[in-house]
Design a protein. Sequence first.
Length: 280
Amino acid sequence: MDKELKRKLQIDAVKVRMGIIEGTYNAKCGHPGGSLSLADTLTYLYMARMSVFPEKPSEPERDRFVLSKGHTAPGLYSVLAHRGFFPVEELKTLRKIDSRLQGHPVMGKVPGVDMSTGSLGQGISAACGMALSGKLDGAPYRVYTALGDGEIQEGQVWEAAMFAAHYGLDNLTAIIDNNNLQIDGKITDVMSPYPIDEKFRAFGWHVICIDAHDFDQIEAAFDESEKISGKPVAIIQKSVKGKGVSFMEDKASWHGTAPNEEQYNTAMAELRAKLEELTQ
C-alpha cells in the first residue's frame, strides 16, 4: 500500500474510533467493543475501496454495504459521518429518542445505510439478494457484508452461504470479524464456529485470512477478492475486540457497555495522543 494512503487511513481510523466512543458515551449505552474491532476495515472500505456518493447516497451504481452484525452501528455511523454522509457532530445523538441514529441501522432514515439490520444472521441473506440482483441486471456494483464470529452460530448464515455459492455470487464479499468474543464470553465457550475458514471453503467460497488491523493485508485481501470469478469471497479477519482503547481490548465486558465519564476521558485521551502521533 502507498505510504501516504496508509497514513491517511490510520488517521481516519483513529477519528472513526473517536466517533464510536463519542456516540456510545453520549448515549450511555451501545456496543463499542465490536465497533472498534471492525473500525479499520470500515475505514478502508469507505475511504479507499467502495464507490459511494455522500451527495447521492442512493446512486444506483454505488457499491452496497450491509452491516450484518447490526449492533455495531456506532462504527458504521462514525465512518459514514467521517465520509461526509451527515455531520460528525450528529454522532452525539446516538440512541436519543428523536435521533435518526438508533441502536441498529435503519435504511431510509440514515444516509448511506443500505439495509436495516439487527437480527443476527439476516444481513448476509439481504446482501445475497442484492448481489444476485446485480448479477441479473449486469450492474457494476459490488456488495460487502460484515458478520461477527458469534453471529455465524446462526443457521441462517449457512443457508445464505450455500445460496451465494450456488448462484456464483462473485460480486459478494463477506467479512467475518473474528475477535473471538461475544456477549457471553469466548465464542469457543458459547458455541465454537471453528474452523471458520474450512467451513466457508466447504460451502464453496473463496477464503482469505488476514490481520484485521493491518492495512496492507486489508488492501491485498480486497484486491484479491475482485479477481475471483464464479465464487463469493469470505475474508476471515482476526481482530481484537475494543481495538484502539487499551482498557477495552480483548474484554467481552465491552461488547455492550458504554464508557462512563472517567472511561470516556481516558479513551479519548489515548486516541487524541495516537492522532497527534500520526499527524506530526
